[in-house]
Design a protein around this ligand. Structure first.
Ligand code: AN7
Length: 371
């Protein structure tokens, strides 16, 4: 090989800029796709695993905490992982329209992928309970938005019936391809750490994601790629915790609107995950969620949405129970930019308003002395 070609090949292989092909291409052999499947991708996946050094130090005893920051996916949440699969498979079978119920993130992801694939996308959302950024996304991506006077659980019941009787493909997490796509996050964690973590802390709504992660961890374990399996620690908001209290919640409430779900469709699967992994389900209060949300922002430089912070809130609640020298991954499922109202209404930062544009006035407020 001529030198220049050799150099270029070496550079390319080592280059951090070598393009990521999207998760279906990256994990093709482990996903139910064939040569005939049209791959509809926005290059989702390959999200960073970031060590949370300040939170690790706070817990101490050699515990290392990492965040799987899935809010850095193309539409800002983990839903893109499942949606690239669900929409590619829908396209393969010739589907022309998809539908979902959503607390916001599913609708954003469904809209982006469905429209890219040339399909109509209907979304049913609970009026008044979808964060601004998510609604903005669904509208801009071109979904047909149906806002109902009812909560997510009612919306999901309706879309399940519609998908039975109309030419619509349901892309909520009852669609098995969603979980197949989402399991790749577990692969990525093992690819990065070289092993599975000791604990996986994750927020739960419909409990699709915890089910998908467990599928991924088990698959790598069975293939001998990892030698251990994590304890699956699922967290719900106290006012919306059907899996913790083992009953349907008729009127779920929480500041974390993404997980304001009272009747999770993946209930049975989640219970199995807990049993198989020797895991735990627990509730965290809204104030514990906001605490973790602010801590992640102000000490770790990570802006996630409130539902995502439930994973860290849950870990902090259990920090004394964490065994020494363990590795823990907290899944940060969505980007903080999706819910600016929550950020503005709950920050603890210094924010002086209405100041005169005067250097002396400003430095006085800043309480900083001239050198
Ligand atoms: C940021 O978008 O259900 O336990 O309709 O948006 O798999 O349901 C969102 C769920 C966690 C819970 N974190 O995941 C929807 C929706 C964020 C979320 C969850 C959601 P699952």
């Amino acid at each position: 090989m001529p030198l220049i070609k050799k150099l270029r090949a070496t550079f390319f292989n080592n280059s951090p800029n070598k393009e990521w092909p999207g998760l279906i291409e990256a994990y093709r052999s482990k996903l139910p796709v064939s040569k005939k499947t049209p791959i509809i991708t926005l290059k989702e996946g390959n999200t960073p695993l970031i060590e949370l050094k300040n939170i690790s130090n706070q817990i101490g005893r050699g515990v290392k905490v990492f965040a799987k920051y899935d809010g850095l996916n193309p539409t800002g949440s983990f839903k893109d992982r499942g949606m690239t699969m669900a929409i590619s498979k829908a396209k393969e079978k010739g589907c022309e329209a998809v539908i979902c119920a959503s607390t916001g993130n599913t609708s954003a992801a469904a809209a982006a992928y469905a429209k890219k694939g040339g399909m109509r996308c209907f979304v049913l959302i609970p009026e008044g309970y979808v964060a601004q950024g998510k609604l903005a996304q669904a509208l801009v991506y071109g979904a047909e938005v149906l806002s109902i006077k009812g909560n997510f659980d009612i919306a999901l019941e309706i879309v399940q019936k519609m998908a039975n009787d109309y030419p619509l493909t349901l892309v909520n997490s009852v669609n098995p391809y969603r979980l197949e796509g989402q399991k790749t996050a577990a692969f990525e964690i093992i690819d990065a750490l070289g092993e599975a973590p000791d604990w996986l802390c994750i927020p739960m709504g419909n409990a699709g994601n915890i089910t998908a992660y467990w599928m991924g961890f088990k698959e790598y374990y069975k293939a001998g790629i990892s030698k251990n399996l994590p304890k699956m620690m699922g967290f719900q908001a106290k006012g919306s915790a059907p899996l913790v209290y083992k009953k349907t919640i008729e009127k779920p409430e929480t500041i974390a609107t993404a997980i304001r779900i009272g009747n999770p469709v993946n209930r049975e699967k989640a219970i199995k995950v807990k049993q198989e992994s020797n895991g735990q389900f627990e509730a965290v209060t809204d104030s514990e969620i906001i605490n973790a949300y602010q801590l992640l922002g102000s000490e770790e430089g990570i802006f996630c949405e409130p539902a995502s912070a439930a994973s860290v809130a849950g870990l902090l609640k259990n920090s004394k129970k964490v065994p020494e020298n363990t590795k823990i991954v907290c899944v940060l499922t969505g980007n903080g930019l999706k819910d600016p109202d929550c950020a503005i209404n709950n920050h603890k930062a210094t924010f002086h308003k209405g100041l005169e544009p005067d250097l002396r006035e400003l430095t006085k407020v800043m309480k900083i002395k001239q050198i």
